[in-house]
Design a protein around this ligand. Structure first.
Ligand SMILES: C[S@@+](CC[C@H](N)C(=O)[O-])C[C@H]1O[C@@H](n2cnc3c(N)ncnc32)[C@H](O)[C@@H]1O
Length: 280
């Protein structure tokens, strides 16, 4: 029997280190994920000019969103499973001169160390909930996000899309990994057990790839009101190489099309990351 690869999210992100900080500014497609997300944050977050607004960035990683939020005037608490990501986030916040606005600590989404109703807004962006593969544990994590938010607070959650995950397998090492396609199509779970059984080599961190309807259902079951679903990369999915080679005008046209299509349900389902804008 093949040994299971180590795909534990905490260890994966400890090792991933600074690459997580670079992720959202790595290429035109990851920049679209960031820009489209911050568009919705800017539209729905409470105004920080008239009063102090406390925002939780859960699964905040190296702090790209936390720092952006702090720069907009929010008081940010970043919580992440990985001690190394928390260290990087603290370092980046100090370097960017917003250290006083950002508190970063190690914490698990499934048991957040904060009192109920503590935050005026909650973010969980770039897929942290996808790394909670067990459905019951994910329901607990979603309930935790809601518990720590004040009533009616805006809550922003983005996860990994199942179709994009399947395309990654198709595009990477198909001969070695094609056995993963059928089970992941059925339930979205990319686990160490399955990688050991159906694929050669190392796996990425364990994760669950969502369908749009399923994502909405799980959020509603946790008590959220889902206002909008957004396909953050949609037609630009996995077009990194093509867009890096394209001129600025062409990339601007693609960004515009992605913006136009981003709330289209098919575009949501097909995206690498889908964002839900909710109310607690
Ligand atoms: C792809 S990164 C996204 C980081 C950041 N939000 C962003 O968009 O750049 C996913 C993050 O989720 C964190 N994570 C995974 N499972 C978690 C859990 N159960 N509790 C808290 N954080 C978790 C990982 O440590 C990692 O930093």
């Amino acid at each position: 029997m093949t040994d299971e690869p180590d795909m534990d999210p905490r260890e994966y992100y400890d090792e991933f280190g600074e690459r997580e900080w670079e992720r959202l500014d790595r290429d035109p497609v990851t920049r679209m994920e960031f820009e489209n997300t911050t568009d919705y944050l800017a539209e729905h977050l409470p105004d920080a000019e008239t009063r102090a607004v406390r925002v939780l960035d859960a699964g905040g990683g190296a702090g790209r969103y936390a720092l952006w939020l702090a720069e907009q005037g929010y008081d940010v608490t970043l919580a992440d499973l990985s001690a190394e990501q928390v260290r990087i986030a603290r370092e980046k916040a100090a370097e960017r001169g917003v250290g006083e606005r950002v508190t970063a600590e190690q914490a698990d989404l499934r048991e957040l160390p904060f009192e109920s109703d503590r935050f005026d807004a909650v973010c969980c962006l770039g897929g942290p909930l996808s790394h909670v593969v067990d459905a019951d544990e994910r329901a607990t994590a979603m309930a935790e996000l809601r518990r720590v938010a004040t009533s009616q607070a805006p809550v922003f959650v983005s996860v990994i899309g199942r179709f994009a995950m399947l395309r990654d397998i198709l595009k990477s090492n198909l001969d070695d990994a094609h056995g993963l396609l059928a089970p992941i199509t059925a339930d979205g779970d990319y686990t160490a057990e399955r990688v050991a059984e159906h694929a050669d080599g190392e796996g990425w961190a364990e994760c669950h790839g969502f369908r749009a309807d399923e994502f909405e259902r799980e959020l509603e079951a946790a008590g959220f009101e889902v206002e909008t679903l957004v396909g953050l990369e949609n037609v630009a999915n996995r077009m990194k190489r093509e867009l890096e080679a394209a001129d600025e005008e062409a990339v601007a046209d693609v960004r515009e099309v992605v913006r136009t299509l981003r709330e289209d349900r098919t575009a949501v389902d097909f995206s690498e990351h889908m964002l839900a804008v909710c109310r607690a």
